[in-house]
Design a binder for this molecule. Structure first.
Ligand code: MLT
Ligand code: MN
Ligand code: ZN
Length: 306
C-alpha cells in the first residue's frame, strides 16, 4: 500500500492563524527551522491502483488535493481518486473538509461509527447539510473488529478499534465518552501481508491498542503534545494533553516509552502535531530525542510504502 500524509498538524494547523507561540512566530519569521503543516489527514491506496481512501476530511482538503496531484487523476471531466472517506472521530479538524467535497456528482461514500454519525447529524449536522448537495452514503464502522472494504479500492481491508480519546467539544459525549467516539484503524494490504495502525487521536494505550501497534509494520499515531502540561505552561489552556484525549510523547507512560516496546522493525511515526510542540523545530533537543528512538515526525507530502 502507498500512504500519503496530506496533513500532519493538529487542529489549527501550523502556523495557527492567531498564534504567536515560539514555533508559529518562528516559522513565519524564518527564525525556527520547521515546515508548515496542514491539518491531519492521510490518503491510502493500493500499490497498483489510482483510487484510495481518505482518512479524515481536514478543513485544508482543497489545498491538500492541489498539493498532491495523485488525488486528481483527471480521467474524466469530473474526477477524484477519493473512493471513500473514513472518519476516526467527529472532531472539527477531521470532518469540516466534508463540506468541500459537496460538488460530487454522486453521494459520498463515508464510513464512521454510530456515535460519530450521531454527532454529525445533531451537534454538528454536516451530514444533514450535505444532503442538500451530493448527499452521503454512510456505512457503519463496527467496533467488534469486523473487517470492511471500500469499493473501488481492491486489496485493502480495514479494521477499527475503539480508543480512549475525546469526542469533539460540541458532542454530548465530550465528558461522558462512549465506545466509538474515537477509533484507530488497522489497514491491511492483503497481497503484501503488511499493516498500518493509524490513530491520530489517542489518549491512552490500552492492551488491545498496544496489541494492534505491536502487530503493525508501521504505527502512525497521536503526536499532538510533547508534555502533558504543554498548553498550561504556555498559558493557552487550563487542560492537560490527557484531559483532551492526547497522550503526550515525553514523561512516564508517554508515547516514547510505549514505542520503545515495539519490535525493532516497526516504523514509528507521529502525526496530528500541535503547533506548540517543540518537535516541530528540527533543531530542538526534543526532535533529537525522537530521532535517537527512531521515531519520525510526519510532514505534509510524505509518502510511505508498506
Ligand atoms: C483535538 O484533536 O483535540 C481537537 O481537534 C481540537 C480542536 O477541535 O481543534
Ligand atoms: Mn484534532
Ligand atoms: Zn502556535
Amino acid at each position: 500500500m502507498r500512504i500519503t500524509v496530506l496533513g500532519a498538524a493538529a487542529g489549527g494547523g501550523f502556523p495557527q492563524w492567531n498564534c504567536n507561540c515560539r514555533n508559529c512566530r518562528g516559522v513565519r519569521e524564518g527564525s525556527v527551522r520547521a515546515k508548515p503543516r496542514t491539518q491531519s489527514s492521510i490518503f491510502v491506496r493500493p500499490d497498483d491502483g489510482a483510487d484510495g481512501v481518505l482518512f479524515n476530511a481536514s478543513p485544508d482538503i482543497l489545498q491538500q488535493i492541489r498539493a498532491n496531484p495523485a488525488l486528481q487523476p483527471a480521467r474524466r471531466v469530473r474526477d477524484t481518486a477519493i473512493a471513500g472517506v473514513v472518519l476516526m472521530d467527529g472532531q472539527v479538524d477531521h470532518t469540516t473538509g466534508l463540506y468541500m467535497l459537496r460538488e460530487r456528482g454522486s453521494p459520498l461514500p463515508l464510513w464512521c461509527t454510530d456515535p460519530v454519525a450521531e454527532d454529525l447529524t445533531q451537534g454538528n449536522p454536516i451530514l444533514r447539510v450535505l444532503d442538500h448537495f451530493c448527499g452521503v452514503e454512510r456505512q457503519r464502522i463496527a467496533l467488534d473488529g469486523t473487517a470492511f472494504e471500500v469499493p473501488g479500492v481492491p486489496g485493502l481491508s480495514f479494521r477499527a478499534l475503539p480508543l480512549q480519546s475525546k469526542a469533539a467539544p460540541y458532542s454530548p459525549h465530550r465528558d461522558a465518552p462512549v465506545a466509538g467516539d474515537n477509533i484507530g484503524i488497522t489497514v491491511t494490504d492483503r497481497a503484501r501481508g503488511t499493516t498500518l495502525f493509524y490513530a491520530p487521536g489517542l489518549g491512552a494505550i490500552e492492551p488491545a491498542v498496544f496489541d494492534a501497534m505491536h502487530r503493525a509494520d508501521a504505527v502512525m499515531v497521536d503526536g499532538t503534545f510533547w508534555t502533558d502540561d504543554e498548553m498550561i505552561a504556555l498559558g493557552l489552556s487550563r487542560k492537560t494533553a490527557r484531559d483532551i484525549g492526547h497522550l503526550p510523547q515525553s514523561g512516564a507512560g508517554g508515547m516514547i516509552e510505549w514505542m520503545a516496546r515495539l519490535p525493532a522493525r516497526t516504523r514509528r511515526l507521529l502525526i496530528h502535531i500541535n503547533n506548540t510542540n517543540p518537535i516541530l523545530d528540527e533543531d530542538s533537543a526534543e526532535r533529537a530525542a525522537l530521532a535517537a528512538e527512531r521515531i519520525e515526525v510526519c510532514e505534509d507530502g510524505m509518502e510511505i510504502t508498506l
